[in-house]
Design a protein around this ligand. Sequence first.
Ligand code: DX5
Ligand code: ZN
Length: 224
Amino acid sequence: MRLPDAPRINPSILSADFVNMQRDLERISGADLVHVDVMDNHFVPNLTFGPQMVERVQATSPIPLDVHLMISDPDRWAPEYAEIGAASVTFHVEAARDPIALARRIRDIGARAGVAAKPGTSVEPLLDHLGEFDQVLVMTVEPGFGGQSFMPETMPKLVELREAAARTGADVWLQVDGGIGPDTIGQAAEAGADTFVAGSAVFGADDIDGRIAQLRALARAHRH
Ligand code: DX5
Ligand code: ZN
């Protein structure tokens, strides 16, 4: 599967209308990947949907799936999301028993393997292993809810990751998620992000296509 080049704008369907999901998936067909937030009411204090719903989104979406698992025990549950056909499956490093082994299993199934870090989690242990992952997600809010404010104090992690990727030659996407909109995407792009999740900024816009194009243009203009 040929996936879009950077900068990538991935709208989060956490901000979609859950009973009009097909309509909302069509509304974001001009985006790069659709970001699917799976929450289990355990790793985060919120509950969204599981594999059955993700399977329907996979069958319905015109664009590939970028699944973000905010769940406990991803070692057990993440491979199932790769089996469904998601282009990318990202689990949290705080929750995984063996992040490298899990990333290898996800890749073996044929999906891109992503690893996510909450705002308070250091990415330093990942720096020497970037080749094991296709994406590192730097959370720019505490995971759990849409519509929160971007945390600029997370930006040094992107700089560290970008430098380590250049040093080791790892071909890894650097994703940011939380509070990304026209006012914040530039600083994330400058710090080194190339893949941008936006929920409320996309679904809250009157002109969804226009907002996606605006975010892409801003990310391009502030490219690291
Ligand atoms: C939060 C989720 C995000 C969320 C972002 O835990 O991981 O993907 O949808 O929403 P906004 O863009 O509104 O901050
Ligand atoms: Zn997310």
